[in-house]
Design a protein around this ligand. Structure first.
Ligand SMILES: *Cc1c(COP(=O)(O)O)cnc(C)c1O
Length: 394
């Protein structure tokens, strides 16, 4: 793993983060020692149950919650589905939901799914920096609204949303409030109390933990029905034998945030500033999407006017540099990112955006590699595409 790390320059931490070596070690040791089912009453089962509860305490402490408010799930996606569907299920008298238009597909597609089933859904628009329109929200929430869902930090732009205000508006109308905090966990100081959310989604693999495990914070007293039915795991809220090693890894990853989080942020912010300024100096005519202030600095979303983002991505990949395109291009569609569309970018501009996201293991050498390779790549692509930088003005 270390060998491959020295050859690749990884700038896609918002898609997934490398497993922290300490998390990997804890998981390996657990897997070597324990196979018991945490629901079993004999010692090898009880031991695993105790370890799961320790991990639950670690996650709870990292987000300012109590242990009984954390339910482990199979992913951030499952937590989001659980929040939306579980609340609607528990409130048959309230049919409406309100979600932001820049939610992760885990929320947005769940909203579309219930919309098809006949539940009215309102989508909150955002400004050019990706910040939700609170006045729209005020008008959209009614006494029939079951849930308002607004993400904490957007995964494509890094925009920090005004979730405390959004929660207050939801609560004024008697609606519950959910926030997808998958991208803010480990980047902002999360205090479940301050966010004033009833439900908060988390995922382990965005905080240097393993893939395939998430958590949903459910504030005491929140009325929600289970999403998965079966056994009585997770106090009857999430059936299915636990992903034990994954949960143990999640717990350690959460604990490491407390010891490494502040230092990570300082380093990442400095590296990100350096990358941003370096690109600005070396590549004419680029722009940055998202706000410069209320943003998770680890995320840089860059417009290369006139160029295809995918061409840039593939050229960078040949140099061992991993980035992501702003457009969620799937093979069979020309679809562009709903987030970039929501901030008002024309499709051809949205298709020329690259996202670079930094993390705990990003080094100065990684940043230097981008600053060395990217200007040359852009020059070459501009030559091929006969791009005239002086022509492109909005
Ligand atoms: C990655 C991500 C998810 C999905 O989490 P998984 O554990 O990969 O299912 C949800 N929301 C946001 C904002 C994300 O970045």
């Amino acid at each position: 793993m270390n060998e491959s790390r020295s050859r690749i320059h990884y700038f896609d931490n918002n898609a997934t983060t490398p497993l922290d070596p300490e998390v990997a070690a804890v998981m390996a040791e657990f897997l070597g020692r324990h196979f018991g089912n945490p629901s079993s009453l004999y010692p090898i089962g009880r031991e695993v149950k105790d370890l799961i509860d320790e991990a639950r305490q670690e996650v709870a402490s990292a987000v300012g919650a109590t242990r009984s408010e954390i339910v482990f799930t199979g992913s951030g996606t499952e937590s989001d589905n659980f929040a939306v569907l579980g609340v609607l299920d528990a409130h048959p008298d309230k049919k409406e939901i309100v979600v932001s238009s820049i939610e992760h597909p885990a929320v947005l597609e769940t909203a579309r799914y219930v919309e098809h089933k006949g539940y009215p859904v309102r989508y909150i628009p955002v400004n050019t920096e990706g910040v939700i329109d609170l006045d729209f929200l005020r008008d959209a929430v009614t006494a029939r609204t079951a849930l308002v869902s607004v993400m904490h930090v957007n995964n494509e732009l890094g925009t920090i949303e005004p979730v405390a205000e959004a929660a207050r508006i939801a609560h004024e109308h008697g609606a519950l409030f959910h926030t997808d905090a998958v991208q803010s966990f480990g980047k902002l100081d999360i205090k479940a109390g301050d966010l004033d959310a009833n439900l908060i989604s988390f995922s382990a693999h965005k905080i240097y933990g393993p893939k395939g495990v998430g958590a949903l914070f459910i504030r005491k007293g929140t009325d929600i029905r289970p999403f998965l039915h079966g056994g009585h795991q997770e106090r009857g809220l999430r059936a299915g034998t636990e992903n034990t090693a994954g949960i143990i890894g999640f717990g350690r990853a959460a604990r490491l945030l407390r010891s490494k989080g502040a230092e990570d942020k300082k380093r990442i912010d400095a590296l990100s500033d350096r990358l941003r300024e370096g690109l600005r100096e070396r590549i004419p005519k680029i722009r940055f999407n998202g706000p410069s202030e209320l943003r998770s600095k680890n995320t840089l979303n860059v417009v290369f006017p006139g160029l295809e983002a995918e061409a840039i991505l593939l050229a960078l990949a040949t140099k061992g540099i991993c980035v992501s395109t702003g457009s969620a291009c799937s093979e069979d569609s020309e679809e562009v990112s709903h987030v970039l569309t929501a901030i008002g970018l024309k499709p051809e501009i949205a298709r020329s955006c690259i996202r670079m996201s930094l993390g705990r293991f990003t080094t100065e050498e990684d940043v230097e590699a981008v600053l060395r390779e990217l200007p040359e790549i852009v020059d070459k692509l501009r030559e091929i595409s006969a791009f005239d930088p002086d022509e492109e003005e909005e």
